[in-house]
Design a protein around this ligand. Structure first.
Ligand SMILES: NC(=O)c1ccc[n+]([C@@H]2O[C@H](COP(=O)([O-])OP(=O)(O)OC[C@H]3O[C@@H](n4cnc5c(N)ncnc54)[C@H](O)[C@@H]3O)[C@@H](O)[C@H]2O)c1
Length: 343
């Protein structure tokens, strides 16, 4: 690593991009060199906050600038893959908003290009950097839960009803990325069913299922048409159960010492249950997006792959793509076999 800051250009400055610009501008080790948006009025909103940053409506200004190390892509989803490829071809590291691409093929191409060029490709799967979910991962990996049976995610509210993206593509990347990382296996089969109640062809509610080779089952409830605002992940183990609840301020993670107890005199029967202590570990209150941005800067500076790299982002897109196929086929199971290579 050197002392030179990683010089960053953020592309797409409307709703989400400014959060990334703010973090990269404040981080030690990075410099917000450019802000780029096709829409001049969007750029004008941010000029005063970053007096030393350059502003442009032309992506080529960033790509041709030898002093720019990395490009952060926070544009609309259909543009992610093509902009990421252009940036990589120009020799820039890329940070891409979720999802990495709209098809597994595009996601694999972006990732392969980054690998070929020896450049970092990171995807904003920010929940895998959430200290609460890091705790859940630790509890699983150290064996506190015992064998993991199944897990489920709830991401519901009465929220922004998007016309260009259904609930699966808009909300699903968060929970899918978390499940794949928590289970640590490549899924073998997915299915999804949902309905479009408000706009034809755009599902407002989706129920997804992911099956892992060890038998772990993942379930997703994704909806922006729901009275409850829920941001939860529940993991059921043989010995203990854990709930991550991002709507809670003081008890983000709750560990339940609950489970079935096998009867010793009649093998195979689980009549009794154990209901022990409930433990609430202390979770540091850091902004996950800040942790994400720090990881990107560290990865670029050191040349080491981030946790949410292009390969991880590609599997998420493959799951989304296969779930979409299932949605269009009345919830039929879709096998995930010949996709993103590697372990
Ligand atoms: N990680 C998260 O929790 C989270 C939350 C919200 C949004 N997002 C993601 O952030 C991205 C942006 O979302 P948004 O809601 O801000 O979108 P948006 O449509 O409101 O804004 C996108 C901006 O990108 C600009 N743009 C599009 N193509 C461009 C190009 N070729 N060059 C320069 N500028 C271009 C548009 O002019 C627009 O201002 C999406 O991928 C979305 O999925 C992530």
């Amino acid at each position: 690593m050197t002392d030179t800051p990683v010089r960053i250009g953020v592309v797409g400055m409307n709703y989400w991009g400014p959060n990334l610009a703010r973090n990269f501008a404040r981080l030690e080790g990075s410099e917000l060199r450019w802000c780029c948006d096709l829409d001049q009025s969007v750029l004008d909103r941010h000029r005063s906050a970053y007096p030393t940053t350059r502003f442009t409506t032309h992506l080529d200004d960033l790509l041709s600038d030898p002093e720019t190390d990395a490009v952060v892509i926070a544009t609309s989803v259909p543009t992610h893959a093509s902009l990421a490829k252009r940036a990589l071809e120009a020799g820039k590291h890329v940070f891409v908003e979720k999802p990495l691409a709209l098809t597994g093929k595009d996601a694999r191409e972006v990732t392969a290009l980054a690998d070929e060029r020896g450049l970092i490709c990171m995807v904003d799967h920010l929940l895998v950097y959430h200290p609460g979910l890091q705790k859940v991962k630790q509890l699983i990996d150290e064996g506190t839960l015992g064998q993991v049976f199944y897990l489920y995610g709830n991401r519901q509210n009465l929220g922004i009803v998007r016309a260009d993206e259904n609930a699966l593509w808009s909300l699903g990347p968060h929970d899918i990325s978390v499940m794949l990382w928590l289970v640590g296996e490549r899924p073998v089969e997915v299915s999804a069913s949902g309905e479009s109640y408000l706009q034809a062809g755009v599902e407002d509610v989706v129920f997804g299922r992911i099956r892992f080779p060890s038998g772990v089952l993942g379930h997703l409830h994704l909806s922006w048409l729901d009275p409850h605002k829920m941001r939860k992940m529940t993991v059921i183990g043989r010995d203990k159960m854990v709930v991550f609840d991002d709507m809670e301020t003081e008890r983000k993670v709750t560990l339940y010492d609950k489970g079935p107890v096998p009867r010793t005199e009649t093998y195979g029967e689980y009549i009794q249950v154990r209901s022990g202590d409930i433990h609430i570990p202390k979770i540091p209150g850091v902004e996950p997006l800040k942790v994400v941005c720090e990881e990107f800067v560290r990865s670029v500076a050191s040349g080491t792959a981030p946790l949410a790299d292009g390969h991880a982002g590609t599997v998420v897109v493959e799951v989304l793509e296969a779930m979409t196929e299932s949605l269009r086929s009345a919830g039929a199971p879709i096998a995930l076999t010949t996709r993103e290579g590697g372990g």
